[in-house]
Write a protein that binds this ligand. Structure first.
Ligand code: MG
Length: 297
């Protein structure tokens, strides 16, 4: 295998993890937890979401969280932003980066955002432009890249088309999501072969879900293609929104364990990551899906 000796892990647990959980974590506990993460060596933390609080009550305290956390120099504090109203709130709370999102699947986009792909482009374009003119960078999330719960397989040409539009808006990085955790290493290789002809590898991040146990294999396939950026969620927090009880996000602690063993540098302290995974597991009052956490008992 051929892979870079450095990898960047983007921590999405405080947003993507918590938004798919039923348990409400108090603002104080969220702040304590994010502060722990800030001192673990992570350089990117997605701290919350500025979508309408009625949609995601678990993150209704977005402003408070953003204002109360310690801002450690060198760490980028991002938040999910769906539209201009969300951006206005996010800017007031002084986030560093706006993460915009849409789907490569027309049906999934319609069900998730209530808009067609074309309508979403014009909304996100305004968010991206306003964010950049306010001095904040923008990251893009593209979901259902490897399969859609409604449409099944997504043609890679569709992925390229939406990705091009997002890069035209000025995003600095695009996160490619296996939203329902259906991909496998061969598919990952085939999709990346096409995408890497069009976009530089350092502008792409992979967002794998471990719903069927393939996330880590997909990480390795991506690394072998030259990808060096991965989204992960502490403890594997955040179930699959389409299958209650199933695993969602790849666990940061498992990914870090593997990369450490492979002597791939991340700059992240494994012990600190495990102890903050234990902290949030206690608050969730249930065992989290991470293998590393279970092995620590
Ligand atoms: Mg996710």
């Amino acid at each position: 295998m051929n892979y870079s000796d450095k990898v960047i892990i983007n921590e999405v647990g405080p947003r993507d993890g918590l938004q798919n959980e039923q348990t409400f974590i108090s603002t104080e506990d969220k702040v304590t937890w994010i502060n722990q993460l800030s001192h673990s060596g992570l350089k990117y933390i997605e701290i919350t979401s500025f979508v309408n609080p009625n949609w995601i009550p678990a993150l209704a305290d977005a402003e408070e969280v953003a204002k109360k956390i310690e801002r450690v120099p060198g760490v980028l504090y991002a938040a999910l932003v769906p539209n201009r109203q969300g951006l206005e709130r996010a800017l007031k709370a002084n986030i560093d980066e706006a993460a915009i999102f849409m789907s490569a699947s027309e049906t999934h986009n319609q069900k998730n955002i209530n808009k067609s792909i074309d309508e979403t482009f014009s909304i996100l374009n305004k968010v991206a432009k306003e964010s950049i003119s306010a001095g904040k960078s923008v990251r893009g999330y593209l979901s259902t890249v490897f399969g859609c719960p409604y449409e099944g397989n997504i043609r890679v040409e569709e992925v390229v088309k939406v990705a091009e539009k997002l890069f035209e808006m000025g995003i600095r990085e695009l996160s490619l999501g296996d939203t329902i955790g259906v991909s496998n290493p061969t598919q990952v290789q085939k999709v990346l072969e096409v995408l890497l002809k069009r976009f530089p590898s350092d502008q792409l991040a992979m967002h794998f879900h471990d719903t069927r146990g393939t996330a880590m294999a997909n990480v390795l396939a991506s690394m072998n293609m030259g990808i060096t950026k991965f989204d992960a969620s502490l403890g594997g927090l955040g179930g699959c929104p389409y299958a209650p009880g199933a695993s969602g996000n790849l666990a940061t602690d498992d990914l870090l364990y593997m990369l450490n063993g492979m002597e791939v540098e991340t700059g992240i302290d494994y012990k600190r990551i495990i102890s903050s995974a234990q902290f949030i597991q206690e608050k969730m009052k249930r065992p989290l899906p991470s293998h590393s956490l279970q092995a620590c008992h």
